[in-house]
Design a protein around this ligand. Structure first.
Ligand code: MTE
Ligand code: MO
Length: 397
């Protein structure tokens, strides 16, 4: 059948849909800085394509290229190898939290539509230079620059990525053309060749951008003056006003496609609806992850065990502690011990069974923070779901 080429998968993955495969990383595995490859979340829109690595070629083209160029895997491996730790987060991560406030359309991801790996491959800037030695990455021109040199890139504003199975997306040229953007044509994940679910033999890895732009089974890179025509660029992965119940064609045309994601965080432990014990000090251990887009580091995570009345600033453990300034592409784990005894006693007095609400909210280095409530950010597709994460637990003492 259509899915004959789909691989066997780790049974620990939390499957939301089998064909095409959409599966979350299980909560217990989300606590690791680097997600083990077998439990890295999977988000496929289509069947996993069959790829012949012998004949595989990456096509590279653009308006100022004398001709289309084909690069083999050997050509790409011959370029300097670059390794970077990057978190991929689906635009629909935590959609379920939004859906619970008001119905959304899409798979009901909890907080496991996110994972982190070390990715190795060629820098996209090196691939572009290899494909077109005369190509001037620095010449990003401006609309009123009328230089008519034929290598002038004035009109190039986007880089399109296409997958073998038909998926496609694009990113802004300024991200792709900057070596500090660290966009990769990756052939390794956690030190091993890419597995079928994650794009073997090649995928784009776009650090700091929504995972939808990190195109798997990458078959072409094309420079353009326009965004990708792909459905997933033009008719999905966009945010709208909360009153837009059903975006029209005009709404989609006028909205900006998601590239960098906003600051987000989630509690991994305790688990929702669990019964937990406070320590002798009346405190509860809370841990989770926080992540922001665009290479912005997580500055602080505030944790509450009384629904947000009082807060504790958590200890932070970034997955890539030596990342350069402005290039924090990976998540940060947090851990806090939060006073809970008073909240549990108050809940007991209200006779609601000592149920307390554990909350986390993160702040990134631009001092962006998460919205308190879902209502003001609700959208029909359930993307950009980054309200304070809330987990209800029963406390025993
Ligand atoms: N690339 C291709 N070719 N096909 C896809 O369906 N899904 C995108 C992106 N790249 C997709 C793709 C989306 S929406 C996400 S969230 C990430 O891949 C998921 O990457 P992963 O499956 O390696 O976790
Ligand atoms: Mo996604």
């Amino acid at each position: 059948g259509l899915f004959a080429n789909d691989p066997k998968r780790d049974p620990r993955l939390v499957t939301l849909a089998a064909c095409p495969c959409n599966a979350e990383t299980p909560p217990a595995e989300l606590t690791a800085s680097i997600t083990p490859t077998p439990v890295f979340f999977v988000r496929n829109h289509l069947p996993v394509p069959a790829v012949d690595v012998e004949t595989y070629r990456l096509r590279v083209d653009g308006p100022t290229f004398p001709q289309e160029v084909e690069l083999s895997l050997a050509d790409l491996r011959a370029l300097p190898k670059h390794t970077v730790t990057v978190t991929l987060q689906c635009a629909g991560n935590r959609r379920k939290d939004m859906h619970e406030v008001k119905a959304t359309k899409g798979l009901q991801w909890t907080a496991g539509g996110i994972s982190t790996a070390t990715w190795s491959g060629a820098l996209l800037t090196d691939v572009l230079r290899a494909a077109h030695p005369g190509f001037d990455l620095d010449n990003q021109g401006s609309a009123d620059d009328d230089d008519d040199d034929e290598n002038n890139n004035n009109n190039i504003a986007h880089v399109h990525f296409r997958g073998v199975e038909g998926y496609g997306a694009s990113i802004p040229f300024h991200k792709a053309a900057s070596p500090a953007g660290e966009v990769l044509v990756a052939y390794e994940m956690n030190g091993e060749p890419l597995p079928p679910d994650h794009g073997a033999p090649l995928r784009a890895v776009v650090p700091g951008h929504v995972a939808a732009r990190s195109v798997k089974w990458l078959e072409s890179v094309v420079l353009s003056d326009e965004e990708s025509e792909s459905h997933w660029q033009r008719r999905d992965y966009k945010g709208f006003c909360p009153s837009t119940e059903m975006p029209t064609e005009e709404d989609y045309d006028s909205a900006t496609s998601i590239q960098e994601l906003p600051i987000n965080s989630a509690v991994l432990s305790p688990r929702p609806d669990s019964t937990v014990e406070a320590g002798p000090d009346g405190k509860l251990a809370v841990l989770g992850y926080a992540v922001s887009g665009g290479g912005r580091a997580v500055l602080r995570v505030d944790v509450s065990a009384d629904g947000g009345r009082s807060w504790v600033a958590a200890d932070l453990k970034p997955a890539a502690p030596r990342a350069r300034p402005g290039r924090q592409w990976a998540w940060t784990h947090f851990e806090a011990r939060v006073p809970v005894a008073a909240a549990a006693a108050a809940a007991a007095a209200r006779k609601d069974g000592q149920v307390v609400e554990v909350v986390c909210k993160a702040v990134d280095e631009a001092y962006n923070s998460q919205p308190e409530r879902v209502e003001g950010i609700w959208n029909m597709r359930g993307v950009l779901s980054n309200a304070w994460h809330r987990v209800k637990v029963t406390v025993t003492q």
